[in-house]
Design a protein around this ligand. Structure first.
Ligand SMILES: CCCCCCCCCC/C=C\CCCCCC(=O)SCCNC(=O)CCNC(=O)[C@H](O)C(C)(C)COP(=O)(O)OP(=O)(O)OC[C@H]1O[C@@H](n2cnc3c(N)ncnc32)[C@H](O)[C@@H]1OP(=O)(O)O
Ligand code: FAD
Length: 685
């Protein structure tokens, strides 16, 4: 007998197949042709992207639940709302979302994430930080008793919290934070204070108007000594009136580049007291008498929430953001016809122009590379986190380095790529109807939050320099840096076959050579009199490139391993082409790195450029199916250009008619401003 879940899944498959048939009946003929001409089964590739068939079915089922919730999917068009309306609407949806979580009683966090993603397409909910950072910090930094006390309150939404770290004066340099938490043994309380203007907390999501609790990061003082940054649970607002509690000044920081649906806020403390037990004490304790006791070996264990978000945003923000933009731009390029290739022939689909393919297909390949890498790092996070819970922090530095570096290169690639997709859509790309502006403003801040990208690359480089030194001293390295202690090939093995192994080898060589040279340069800078910090700074442009090279290598390596693991021939072939294009485009873009020491010969360089172009033609045939395989619903895309049915023009026209500026026919502004202007000289006409 099938379980309830199995029944639901087969029901959702059934509805999906009906929906698919209905939609196919009304598909733009160009898109229909594209879908008939492919060389592989889309569904099989979707299963690879999801992990397996069960995950695909489950995801579709959970998404269908969210799509069936009218409170989440109906309502005013986001594009026509003011900032305040966007916030209010999002909060309304957030509360309904919580009711749904109770109704469906999701046991798996992945279900909650998939449901939330559908409820908030390319938006961040005002309570998003509650589950993304507040609860994980309580769990990660609290003692058993603290977890038992606070987590149920948070999970039942009796309290809503956020993560309050950044200040007006400091975001990157955590040791420069100024908010103090001074222990008073007489009352057994901490006194939180903002001693300067620059110590004002600034940016935390949901802080402005929504949350009534927060984990606040502050410098711990006890017995007159500063013990550095520690996490504290702080009540911010009355649970009855929602007013800020005495001693606190809280508010919204105002409009931003995007993120309209969330109230990023400010917070100032005026000698605000909290009980001693509100310090999260898993890693360090302050006893009643003020004695400070450290209970973990790794100083950075209190940075855990940041490592978590960096690890999941590679997939959740960068890969999915770019995948959506590629879906829009490639579908649109298949239905858009413009100019002429051959006289007296119909205007070609713009996807047939090689230049259009060169704009879009490397991005498509990057989206796939990020997708697979993101899932890999998410899994690595859970493995390492499990070890940390057992008291083993050995792999934390590697996870920190990899998640920092990959967070940086993937969010940079994605935000650059989304903008490129927008440009590839010509004029219509600039319309909000394309959905691309909303995707862009949702992804682009990821280059800054959770560690500014340059700073994160330098964290990764720091780990690489240490690893290289260890290898030089004879240590055998393991994990993602194992290649630094291996003998690496001096000449590229790339041939006209372009085996994936030869491409991985090229990236390995590049990363290893650049790491070695950066380390030697650091040594030379010190040898000629610079102290280590100045030498580091004078070498930092080079170091960021080293980190990029390492992360790029890691992405090619992960992509190759996925291709090797796929059994279906059709899927394997298209993934191999994408993997080759990702690697070859990267070689072309960074050619100097690959030829500097003669690793790649002139002949090989010519081959690389030729193959890159021939891959464009290979991928052209499957391009639409390759974006279909991401299986991103129209609701999530929020794009008229990227609609699954390709019926762009009629829907653009209908959408424009709904613009508030078109109602009423004659606007008040005409009467107020234009009429007087037009009529001032009327008598002279
Ligand atoms: C299942 C899929 C789910 C998908 C979900 C998608 C999720 C989407 C999420 C979106 C939701 C909301 C969006 C908004 C969220 C935004 C939230 C924030 O931005 S919170 C604030 C974040 N702030 C930062 O990231 C600050 C960046 N700065 C730092 O991290 C640090 O200050 C620094 C790393 C730059 C430097 O730290 P410092 O203490 O000065 O350390 P040193 O440089 O001296 O290094 C000492 C040593 O420690 C190591 N280190 C540093 N950090 C860590 C760490 N986190 N973990 C482990 N180790 C760390 C460093 O490498 C050094 O090691 P050595 O061995 O000594 O070399
Ligand atoms: C949308 C959004 C949401 C956010 N949400 C939260 C939140 O929920 N909670 C929270 O606490 N914070 C939040 N933040 C704050 C965010 O984490 C910080 O803005 C981020 O960590 C960057 O720090 P910063 O603003 O101090 O940048 P800065 O460090 O001032 O960066 C400015 C420039 O200085 C350079 N720079 C700085 N230090 C170095 C260095 N050591 N080496 C080389 N270059 C350097 C950077 O590369 C960059 O080019 C959010 C920010 C945004 C934009």
């Amino acid at each position: 007998m099938p379980s309830v879940d199995e029944e639901l899944v087969s029901l959702s498959e059934y509805y999906f197949s009906i929906l698919y048939t209905v939609i196919m009946a009304n598909i733009n003929p160009d898109l229909q042709k594209e879908r008939q001409n492919g060389t592989f089964e889309v569904e099989k590739l979707t299963n690879v992207l999801d992990g397996d068939k069960f995950v695909t079915d489950r995801r579709r089922y959970v998404e269908s639940l969210a799509l069936n919730e009218k409170e989440l999917t109906d309502g005013p068009d986001y594009n026509f709302m003011s900032r305040k309306e966007r916030y209010v609407n999002s909060l309304r949806k957030a509360v309904h979302f919580l009711k749904c979580c109770n109704k469906y009683n999701f046991e798996n966090p992945a279900d909650v994430y998939m449901f939330e993603r559908t409820a908030f397409p390319n938006e961040v909910s005002p309570i998003g930080l509650h589950s993304a950072m507040f609860i994980p910090t309580l769990r990660g930094q609290g003692t058993k008793e603290q977890i038992e006390k606070w987590v149920p309150l948070a999970e039942n939404h009796q309290i809503i919290g956020t993560y309050v770290q950044t200040e007006l004066g400091h975001g990157t340099f955590i040791r420069g934070l100024e908010t103090t938490a001074t222990y008073d043994p007489k009352t057994e309380e901490f006194i939180l204070n903002s001693p300067t203007l620059t110590s004002t907390k600034w940016w935390p999501g949901g802080l402005g108007k929504t949350c009534n609790y927060a984990v606040v990061m502050a410098l711990l003082y006890t017995d007159g000594k500063n013990y550095g940054m520690h996490p504290f649970i702080v009540q911010l607002r009355s649970l009855d009136t929602h007013e800020a509690l005495p001693g606190l000044a809280i508010g919204d920081i105002g409009p931003k580049f995007g993120y309209d649906t969330i109230d990023n806020g400010f917070l100032r403390f005026n000698h605000y007291r909290i009980p001693r037990m509100n310090m999260l004490m898993k890693s360090a304790q302050v006893l009643e008498d003020g004695t400070y006791i450290k209970s973990t070996k790794n100083d950075k264990s209190s940075y855990g929430a940041m490592v978590f978000i960096r690890s999941v945003m590679i997939f959740g923000v960068a890969a999915r953001g770019l995948a959506q933009a590629c879906t829009i731009a490639i579908r649109y390029s298949a239905v858009r016809r413009q100019s002429e290739l051959k006289k007296s022939q119909p205007e070609p689909q713009i996807l047939d122009y090689q230049t259009q393919q060169y704009k879009l297909f490397p991005l498509l390949a990057s989206a796939y590379a990020m997708w697979f890498t993101g899932l890999q790092i998410r899994d690595l996070y859970f493995t390492v986190n499990y070890d940390i819970q057992q008291g083993d922090t050995e792999r934390l530095p590697e996870l920190h380095a990899l998640s920092s570096g990959l967070k940086s290169i993937t969010t940079s690639m994605a935000s650059w790529g989304i903008e490129r997709c927008r440009l590839a859509c010509g004029g219509h790309g600039y319309s909000a109807a394309s959905g691309l502006p909303k995707i862009y403003v949702n992804v682009s801040p990821a280059c800054t939050y959770e560690g500014e990208n340059t700073v994160m690359l330098l964290q990764c480089a720091r780990y690489l320099m240490k690893a290289y030194d260890a290898a030089k001293n004879g240590q055998k390295l393991s994990g993602s840096v194992d290649y630094l202690s291996e003998r690496i090939s001096l000449r590229s093995s790339i041939t006209s076959e372009f085996s994936l192994a030869s491409l991985v080898d090229a990236y390995k060589h590049r990363a290893a050579r650049m790491t070695k040279e950066a380390s030697e340069r650091l040594g030379r800078l010190q040898a000629c009199g610079n102290d280590p910090e100045d030498a580091w700074n004078l070498n930092s442009v080079v170091l960021t490139k080293v980190a990029e090279a390492h992360c790029h290598y890691y992405m090619v390596l992960v992509f190759e391993s996925i291709v090797e693991s796929v059994e279906d021939d059709g899927v394997k072939e298209v993934l191999k082409q994408l993997c080759q294009l990702f690697a070859l485009f990267g070689i072309h873009e960074n050619l100097g790195d690959f030829i500097q020491d003669g690793f790649l010969s002139n002949e090989q360089m010519v081959l690389v450029k030729q193959k890159e172009l021939s891959l464009l033609s290979d991928i052209r045939r499957n391009a639409v199916l390759l974006v279909d395989a991401f299986d991103i619903s129209d609701h999530l895309l929020g794009s008229i250009l990227g609609r699954f049915d390709g019926n762009v023009y009629e829907n653009l026209f209908e959408w424009a008619k709904t613009s508030p500026l078109n109602k009423p026919e004659v606007q008040e502004s005409y009467v107020k401003y234009l009429w007087p202007l037009l009529n001032q000289n009327k008598s002279k006409l």
